[in-house]
Design a protein around this ligand. Sequence first.
Ligand code: FAD
Length: 394
Amino acid sequence: MIELDRRTREMVEEVRELGREYMRPMGLESDRTALPPPADHPFYLICARKGGLVSRIIGEGEESPEALAWKPMRVLITSEESAYWDRGVSLSLPGPGLGGAALRSTATPEQRQRFLQGFTDHSRAHWGAMSLTEPGAGSDVARIQTRCRKDGDEWVLTGSKMFCSNGARADWVVVWATIDPSLGREGHRAFVVEQGTPGFDVIKIEHKMGSRGYETCSFSLDDVRVPADNLLGGEAFYESRQGFKGAMATFNTTRPIHAAQGVGMGRAAHDFALDIVRNDYPAHGRRRERALERLAEIRRGLHAARLVCMHAVWLASQGKPNSLEASYSKLYAPPVVFRAVAAALDIAGEAGVRNDRHLEKLYRDVKILDIGEGTSQVQRVVISRQLFDFPRDA
Ligand SMILES: Cc1cc2nc3c(=O)[nH]c(=O)nc-3n(C[C@H](O)[C@H](O)[C@H](O)COP(=O)(O)OP(=O)(O)OC[C@H]3O[C@@H](n4cnc5c(N)ncnc54)[C@H](O)[C@@H]3O)c2cc1C
């Protein structure tokens, strides 16, 4: 296993303490009430006061070559740790979120400065978000129907979006729209829509089967006007046909992180079952041995999944292409984690299925690993295309 730098070890320790004290209990409470923690929950203020926990994890402002090389790995490792305590709440941590990834892959330096500036205010929590998904366009993002048209110095956006994580509490949302749906991906443009812009209305907070500790919302855009400067990357970026690549580049950094969250959830299931074996199983005998063999199998699977994730982010940290490896990690980890949680449930017996216990919740929480940031089936398509170079429309 790789040797972590001091900074990363400290961050993991900090996340562990917050996880134990706040994130696990908050996640259980959200699951019980089916509501995400409110944006003014004291935990979020603690994160902000800690100098913006996420900003520190992602090492904003650190520019030395050594720090730059560690950033993606630190994000990966702390993401696994925070999901160990509660994946839902970990996704609700204040910070630019998926919107930040979109800014990093698409925005001009001025836009990055402008929209990330707010996160240096640690007097309260701030969130960013990103919205591609629409009622008729999930995996096939080329089908988005939200329209954008230029009107003088402004762009006007009209349409509706769904499943936007942290969108209702975000300072701004990166919204993908199209100048003409018949152009497919080449018609795509990304805009920063700031909270409070007239016509931007949150319609509902989605009710989810699991991972309830963060909010996902649907919203409508009714002739929303944004300044031309809010077009991410500027017009030249899209003239060079970079728009869709920008959206996809976002996922090359976030897919391994999503997969690593699964590893954290698998570890949580493993630890739950191990406690049961230690405390409730006979001290000796075949039953205990069989259970420990299954726990060892869980650990083997999680270890391999972690390495696949690490390889994908290591490539990113070296500035090397990683889209294939990012998809490998996103496809590889979820089934390993599903099997881990299912095996832990078997080992725990009735203690695992009681819905006042963490394991039953994990069983529902893990399903999202298969869906968000490109379904498993879509990863299969992406991987085969890259490996065998078959045509896009095949
Ligand atoms: C909790 C949660 C949070 C989310 N947060 C965000 C967010 O912050 N921002 C955002 O933009 N989106 C977000 N999403 C949306 C998410 O990215 C989409 O749900 C995902 O892309 C899948 O789209 P879909 O649900 O419409 O499924 P569909 O695309 O309709 O897929 C349905 C089924 O068809 C399969 N399928 C689709 N296309 C193909 C193909 N070409 N070949 C083979 N099989 C295929 C899929 O694998 C799947 O099994 C979130 C979703 C959830 C559940």
